[in-house]
Design a protein around this ligand. Structure first.
Ligand code: APR
Length: 235
């Protein structure tokens, strides 16, 4: 039985018009990671952090998935309706909802989601599609201690047990559109069994390229549909 694990990064959403983090003019060339993507940054200036994520969140409804997202959703569907015998797990580092908009429904957001907030008083985690501020009231406990449901630097990514479990028995690991800079995601390729096939689909060589058996360079909207078709043709 094929056991497929796919890891996506910001590069998979680039052709939908969303900035990556580390490309030229990427998000980290405009904002300080420490100020908007760390617990200390939130402690120091929560309003600034809310404004950063509010901007990203309010842009999201008009952003459409691209052919890479769509191809991954088609692969999941083909496996679900048993067109091919395989197990499938899609792990994304992205906080956008483009995989879901493309039709993927079994998506693990290891760095959290823009369309969710959680309350640090009562720990309610809830869908949120509008701006959130320091004085926004938690719908459950009424306190004003909501934060973006994003995993910041120094915090533990979500679903790590499930991800590591899947990696341990994976036969095909594919990384799409990620720079291989941020752990633990950058180390996932090292956690798969020796005989597993490891493939990188990226615009250019990433920091982790040498860790993959195969690397294909180009835009995700070309590489991913092509590679999904190969899997569907069992090549
Ligand atoms: N098609 C495929 N790959 C692309 C494309 C494209 N059209 N455009 C850019 N890329 C590649 C870049 O070459 C780069 O290797 O996508 C990668 C994006 O890298 P990053 O910007 O570092 O994004 P990512 O790897 O997802 O960052 C990981 O870092 O800041 C944190 O939490 C944040 O989840 C993020 C994590």
């Amino acid at each position: 039985m094929k056991k497929i694990v796919i890891l996506t990064g910001a590069g998979v959403s680039k052709e939908s018009g969303l900035d990556t983090f580390r490309d030229a003019n990427g998000i980290w060339s405009k904002y300080s990671m420490d100020e908007v993507c760390s617990p200390l940054g939130f402690q120091k200036n929560p309003q600034k952090v809310h404004e950063f994520y509010n901007r990203l969140r309010t842009d999201l409804p008009s952003v459409k998935p691209n052919n890479a997202h769509i191809a991954l959703a088609e692969l999941e569907k083909a496996i679900e309706c048993k067109k091919i015998k395989a197990e499938f797990l899609l792990v994304t580092q992205n906080i956008d909802d483009l995989h879901e908009k493309a039709g993927s429904h079994n998506v693990i957001h290891m760095h959290g989601e823009l369309n969710k907030v959680y309350c640090t008083a009562c720990y309610l985690k809830t869908e949120w599609h509008t701006p959130c501020f320091v004085d926004t009231v938690c719908p459950q406990c009424g306190k004003t201690q909501l934060r973006p449901d994003i995993v910041w630097f120094g915090e533990m990514p979500y679903f790590m047990d499930e991800i590591q479990q899947a990696l341990k028995s994976c036969t095909l690991f594919i990384a799409v559109g990620t720079s291989g800079v941020v752990y633990p995601a950058a180390g996932f390729v090292n956690l798969v069994p020796k005989h597993a096939r490891t493939v990188e689909l990226n615009l250019e060589a990433s920091l982790g390229t040498s860790r993959f058996n195969e690397s294909y360079f180009g835009p995700a909207t070309l590489l991913v549909p092509e590679f999904v078709n190969k899997i569907l043709r069992d090549e």
